[in-house]
Ligand binder design. Structure first.
Ligand code: URP
Ligand code: ZN
Ligand code: ZN
Ligand code: ZN
Length: 456
């Protein structure tokens, strides 16, 4: 019982060509012209459609306290958007070790519809933590995340150095949220003292310089340690300059941005407060000039990946708490299901990136950086049959009425997108058909990732 996708336009990170694909036992076992099937095979017609590897979203926050999407609804929404793998952030409290916490997260994710992995967030640095990092790859997890942004859990330079060094030794990638939290706290206090409490002050108190400074500092420490460093959610030209400088110097640096930074801007934070609070995320939305810089750096290869940074904070008892004081709104935007169609419309259709680049940044690069390649990340013989069939000729408008994620709002409300997701396959099984999620909760598998390899 194989699945055969006929007459499609296959897109890989290096080429686009016409061929059929046969998936058997969950794996791609043939890519060739005119593959015919038997009676018991599932045949999908992809004439005039693109056939892409399923997206890997390397930045999701499902199952976080206070948010609406845990693994079942979150991965269902992800699947509807063509995502077949997520790498979700854990959220350790300090009552247990981060390895114990990881075990809990693996259990929490058991009702996922798509395959999943984790990045372990590390909130402190001591001898035990440093020792545990060496054991993380045995748990199948080969990345950690450090924060420079928030007083509660930020690491100082010494800790950055020690944690990165331990991570490098273990073959673990260090993900970094790079914003200078200490300076931001001063700016926030000054704003509140001057009664500047509107949502736009969330952005004004986290200016590009705070992101650029932390990016530069993190990458200097990466340079000293030789550790692979992955800067999450890069938003602005100033941070990009620091990032590119480090990369040109040979630092093992990888950069991620998010759809919201490519298609939304700080004007959204200047709307009426009750609307603007929905858009509070860190780092904040920036300017059109920053968007251009991000697209340019995707095209040039400096930015490697796109993550949604999906955080499904409710409006009621969530975002609305920030209406009179921006510091009371939870940070982060929902959007796990919108990445592909947004990038197709505002990237490919607008001539900013090619189809192959789209596949590279949404699938191949995250797979390579995070130790999933070639099982995931490309349509190769032997790879998992994770496939999206995209009809480029249909268009639609994003609206909360048709979204799958659980929030009462959609930050892309009213935006036009191009393309329609006809089918999504997870290991050869159809999980989305004509916008309907038909996958079974619990059919997603925990993925054991490989250690970081140089030149990923
Ligand atoms: O504002 C954001 N991005 N919230 C999610 C948590 C994080 O910082 O990644
Ligand atoms: Zn972050
Ligand atoms: Zn240029
Ligand atoms: Zn995040």
């Amino acid at each position: 019982m194989a699945t055969i996708i006929q007459n499609g336009t296959i897109v890989t990170a290096s080429e686009t060509f016409q061929a059929d694909i046969k998936i058997d036992n969950g794996k791609i076992n043939m890519i060739s012209n005119q593959i015919t099937g038997g009676n018991e095979d599932t045949i999908l017609d992809a004439t005039n459609k693109y056939v892409l590897p399923g997206l890997i979203d390397p930045h999701t926050h499902l199952g976080i306290k206070g948010t609406l999407d845990a693994f079942e609804t979150g991965t269902s929404a992800a699947a509807a958007g063509g995502v077949t793998t997520i790498i979700n952030y854990t959220d350790p409290d300090n009552s247990q070790t981060f390895l114990e916490d990881l075990t809990e997260w693996k259990e929490k994710a058991q009702n996922a519809l798509i395959d999943y992995s984790f990045h372990s967030i590390i909130n402190k640095c001591d001898k035990d933590v440093l020792e545990q990092i060496s054991k993380l790859p045995d748990e199948g997890v080969t990345s950690i995340k450090l924060f420079m942004a928030y007083k509660e859990n930020m690491v100082n330079d010494e800790e950055l150095y020690l944690l990165m060094k331990a991570a490098k030794k273990a073959g673990v990638v260090t993900n970094i949220h790079a914003e200078n939290g200490s300076v931001i706290d001063c700016l926030v206090e000054e704003a509140l003292n001057s009664n500047n409490t509107k949502p736009i002050y969330h952005a004004y108190t986290r200016p590009p310089a705070t992101e650029a400074e932390a990016t530069a500092r993190a990458l200097r420490i990466a340079e000293i340690t030789g550790a692979p460093a992955y800067i999450v959610h890069i938003t602005c030209e100033e941070a990009l300059k620091e990032f590119v400088r480090a990369k040109e110097k040979g630092v093992n640096a990888f950069g991620e941005t998010c759809p919201q930074y490519l298609v939304l801007n700080e004007e959204y934070l200047k709307q009426e407060e009750k609307e603007a609070v929905k858009y509070i995320c860190s780092p904040p939305l920036r300017t059109n000039k920053d968007q251009e810089a991000l697209w340019h750096n995707i095209k040039s290869g400096s930015i490697s990946t796109i993550g949604s940074d999906h955080a499904s904070h409710p409006y009621v008892n969530g975002k609305e708490n920030g209406i009179n004081n921006f510091t009371k709104a939870p940070n982060g935007l929902p959007g796990i299901e919108s990445t592909l169609l947004l990038l197709y419309k505002y990237g490919v259709c607008e001539g900013k990136i090619s189809m192959s680049k789209l596949v590279e940044i949404t699938s191949q690069n995250p797979a390579k950086i995070f130790g999933l390649y070639p099982q995931k990340g490309s349509l190769n013989v032997g790879s998992d049959g994770d496939v999206v069939i995209l009809d480029p000729n249909k268009s639609s408008v994003i609206t909360k009425a048709s979204q799958k994620q659980s929030t009462e709002y959609n930050v892309y409300e009213g935006m036009e997108v191009q393309g329609s997701i006809d089918y999504v396959l997870s290991r050869g099984k159809v999980i989305v058909e004509d916008n309907k999620v038909v996958g079974e909760p619990g059919s997603g598998k925990f993925l054991y990732r490989n250690r970081f390899r140089e030149h990923s």
